[in-house]
Design a protein around this ligand. Structure first.
Ligand SMILES: [Zn+2]
Length: 345
């Protein structure tokens, strides 16, 4: 019986998600959300192209004929029984890494498709009204936060969270400049910064950011997709210290701790105003997360352009099939309460 249940969540690729009642192809043959009665959706976890010091800048305002998501829409098998990162690792880990590394030297290929007009076009097809764009500034990256701010200046549907490299001698200046440029949150990504979240340089960055009143979104946990030597920098237990130390800051635990969602929920429940962003959680685990967290502190996120919006959206819709009130909160109301409180929209 369980095998049969599991098979229901296997699809040959994103386009076969039209077998679900939520999606169809539009007049141009492109996958589109058609489910009626959904609220305006907010996606709390997206990115544009990350550019590196030695690569030419990607034109973030350029439209391209299609988006080359790391988890391609075509010919990549979907297993919704597992976390999306593991699904991606199983299906095209090598291809993904090659494209990621290519982006360090070139502004062509997949990276050139992670742009503002492209995300907006896909948001339109998928009923997504606002997206939170998370910049990551790491050692070796080129002012990613600045390029996000510049490319989204006239796009009220895109809310930017900046990244600040805690090693930079001018980290305080970077915080001030990012807020001036419109950042409304901070993204902290431990293994891309090569620092655990409880490191003293990260703690002083968090303290300083707390003065802005805006939230902090952490990348949390690991699923085997990331390089193994950096994995432990985002162990869930390491987030306890910042959460304990700064109870007045609103934190969002990105990916809801992946497979460690029980530990993430325990931390979040016991510390101040902390939310879980559900990333690619499978429907069954998503139901467990809602049971553990309650329905008010859970936020939808996709990790676009790693995944097309349709995949995480399908998982969230399946998980909330019998709970329209919970669905509204997770896809929309919780996020609008959070960003509305911060006068973001
Ligand atoms: Zn991400």
């Amino acid at each position: 019986m369980e095998g049969e249940e599991n098979r229901k969540l296997l699809f040959s690729d994103c386009y076969s998600l039209t077998k679900l009642p939520y999606f169809d192809l539009n007049e141009k043959g492109v996958l589109t959300l058609t489910q009626e009665g959904l609220p305006p959706i907010v996606d709390f976890h997206t990115h544009l192209a990350l550019t590196w010091q030695f690569s030419p800048q990607v034109d973030l305002n350029k439209r391209t004929p299609r988006v080359l998501h790391f988890f391609r829409e075509r010919h990549v098998r979907i297993d919704m029984n597992i976390y999306s990162g593991i699904n991606l690792k199983n299906e095209r880990r090598e291809g993904m890494f090659k494209e990621y590394v290519d982006g360090a030297f070139s502004n062509k290929g997949a990276v050139s498709t992670f742009t503002v007009p492209n995300i907006l076009a896909e948001m339109d097809r998928m009923g997504i009204e606002h997206s939170v764009l998370l910049a990551v500034d790491t050692p070796g990256s080129r002012h990613v936060s600045k390029s996000y701010a510049e490319s989204t200046q006239n796009e009220p549907r895109l809310i930017t969270f900046c990244g600040v490299n805690p090693r930079s001698r001018r980290w305080e200046e970077h915080v001030e400049k990012a807020v001036e440029d419109g950042a409304r949150g901070l993204k902290i990504h431990p293994y891309m910064m090569f620092f655990p979240p409880n490191h003293k340089k990260v703690m002083r960055l968090i303290r300083k950011w707390g003065e802005t009143g805006y939230p902090i979104l952490f990348h949390t946990a690991h699923n085997g997709l990331e390089p193994s030597f950096l994995r432990n920098l985002s162990d869930i237990e390491l987030y306890r210290k910042p959460l304990e130390k700064f109870p007045d800051i609103t934190f969002i635990l990105g990916h809801a701790g992946m497979g460690f969602f029980r530990e993430a929920a325990e931390l979040a429940r016991n510390h101040g105003n902390t939310y879980l962003e559900i990333g690619g959680q499978p429907p069954d685990d998503l139901k467990r997360i809602i049971d553990l967290m309650g329905e008010d502190k859970v936020l939808f996120g996709s990790d676009w352009p790693f995944y097309p919006f349709a995949l995480p959206l399908a998982k969230a819709l399946i998980a909330t099939e019998d709970a329209p009130g919970v669905r509204r909160k997770i896809l929309s109301e919780n996020a609008y309460r959070l960003i509305g409180d911060l006068c973001l929209v």
